[in-house]
Design a protein around this ligand. Structure first.
Ligand code: SAM
Ligand code: SF4
Length: 477
């Protein structure tokens, strides 16, 4: 059992003195991917042990953490603009005799390091994504010295040093939870900062993950999303000293009794092995949804991106996956305007989208990132061309998403109820295909998988009618 599992739950009591000081307030703002959502939760749990209670109001926070994303330029710039506002807040609180510490965590912290102190003097601590388990120690140092920096890739595993959330905290976060199983990336796509900010690929051992899922399940979690920058490259150690694939990890997680649904993200096409494809056929708890970024439909651009897969390879892979699970809903990431992309390359991307058919997708204009090979390329594409191509691609993807949703009308689906719905008397959840579903129903159904008939489909949600309980009990989950 790892110390993550053994460590005490968040308790708001000073670990050193055992006394209960007035709770200090913590405000965390997280940007970017699911990995950052998970990291923000872990930092909150760790600091709860140090006596910090969460607040949703930044004005009352004694400690503010910006958990940052560096993937595209505007993501980093947003952080600096937020820091400007926080400096004013810190000064206002100081004149009222209240101290505020500001921490920059996440990938901007890793990439910019001490430069952050230069650009914004109000920052007290800069901590990278691999060293946030040291936050208590860093806060202690920040009591006496300014500008505490930790962007190491330490040898010790942070997962062994993190704190478990309380059952109350888990329930507050909802019935669907993220669990990081893998971090970092060795692929070095030429546009991407992840291998530099998150480091080399590393997988958590199987037992620590299963113990974390059991703890979540005991507090009422019904769905886990196994996450990693390159999650299907997972190769964690088993207790016997063997190496487990993502497919075998999924079957271990599926054996945790009340976990009804499993998802995983984000995958690379090059790591979609046969066992994972089979899991989509054989493992009933693995949901029929796959986010598999392709980035471009042009072989020339895929090669310049160093993606390690071709257009034909991707299309063949999708055919194989659909052979195993015909109803699977597909999602992807696209980058338009990569250096050297001409109209023909872009047309190949549109064509790939037409051929594959996506239920959902994320699409971005290429954003040059300092330190990545693509940023040095001379044939950069003008912003106006990128914007125009993005609009065309998004029109097509939007049409496909709407068509996928519209096709659901009249079908019966299982819905995991997650929270109150948009309007009084409504409850909201997710279909197996990750669509938001709104249903008339009572809040005591939260955490249940109910059967619903889809009545209509809006732009972002499906609307369903609850079927009688006997149908839910007999439905396959
Ligand atoms: N590991 C995943 C994969 O293999 O595609 C992607 C992880 S990355 C955090 C998420 C997405 O951000 C990428 O799929 C890509 O579409 C987008 N992205 C990354 N770097 C980018 C850049 N420099 N400009 C625009 N989009 C970028
Ligand atoms: Fe970035 Fe994904 Fe490529 Fe890794 S595989 S370098 S995370 S885009």
């Amino acid at each position: 059992m790892s110390s993550f599992d053994r460590s005490c739950a968040a308790r708001g009591v000073s670990g050193e003195t055992g006394q209960s000081p007035l709770p200090r307030r913590l405000f965390v703002k997280s940007y970017g991917c699911q990995m950052n959502v998970y990291d923000a939760q872990r930092m909150t749990d760790l600091l709860a042990r140090e006596g910090y209670a969460g607040t949703a109001r930044v004005e009352e926070a004694d400690l503010v953490i910006l958990n940052t994303c560096h993937i595209r330029e505007h993501a980093a710039e947003k952080v600096f603009s937020e820091l400007g506002k926080l400096r004013a807040l810190k000064a206002a609180r100081a004149s009222a005799g209240r101290e505020t510490k500001i921490i920059v965590a996440g990938c901007v912290a890793q990439a910019e390091g001490a430069e952050i102190f230069r650009r914004q003097k109000a920052v007290d601590i800069v901590v990278g994504p691999q060293s946030y388990h040291r936050l208590p120690e860093l806060l202690h140092r920040a009591g006496t010295s300014p500008e505490v920096l930790d962007t190491d890739f330490p040898a010790e595993s942070k997962f062994d040093r993190l704190a478990a959330p309380s059952a109350h905290q888990i329930r507050k976060r909802g019935v669907s939870a993220f669990v990081t199983v893998q971090e970092g990336c060795d692929k070095f796509c030429t546009f991407c900062v992840v291998p530099y900010t998150r480091g080399a690929e590393a997988s958590r051992p199987v037992e620590g993950i299963v113990a974390e899922v059991e703890m979540l399940a005991a507090a009422g979690v019904r769905e886990v999303s196994l996450i990693g920058q390159n999650v299907n490259a997972y190769h964690g150690r088993t207790p016997e000293g063997a190496t487990a694939s993502l497919a075998s990890l999924i079957s271990r997680v599926a054996a945790v009794p009340s976990i009804a649904r499993i998802r995983y993200t984000t995958s690379h096409p090059g790591d979609m092995d046969a066992s994972l494809i089979q899991a989509h056929r054989d493992q009933a708890r693995l949901m029929p949804f796959l986010h598999l970024p392709v980035q471009s439909g042009s072989d020339k651009i895929l090669a310049a991106m160093n993606r390690g897969h071709t257009r034909a390879g991707y299309i063949a892979l999708i055919a194989e996956i659909r052979g195993a699970r015909p109803d699977i809903a597909l999602s992807s990431d696209f980058i338009v305007g990569f250096p050297g992309e001409n109209e023909e390359d872009f047309a190949a991307t549109l064509d790939l989208v037409e051929k594959v058919g996506f239920a959902n997708a994320f699409s971005f204009k290429y954003s040059p990132r300092a330190g990545t090979p693509a940023a040095e390329l001379r044939n950069q594409i003008p912003e106006s061309v990128k914007s125009e191509r993005l609009a065309r691609l998004q029109t097509l993807l939007d049409r496909q998403r709407r068509a996928f949703n519209t096709k659901m009308a009249g079908r019966t689906v299982d819905v995991l109820i997650e929270k109150p719905g948009r309007h009084a008397g409504q409850i909201a959840g997710k279909s197996p295909y990750l669509q938001a579903v709104q249903i008339e129903g009572s809040l005591d159904r939260i955490g249940e998988i109910v059967r619903a008939e889809i009545v209509s489909a809006g732009a972002n949600s499906l609307f369903g009618r609850l079927l009688p309980d006997w149908a839910a009990r007999e439905a396959p989950r």
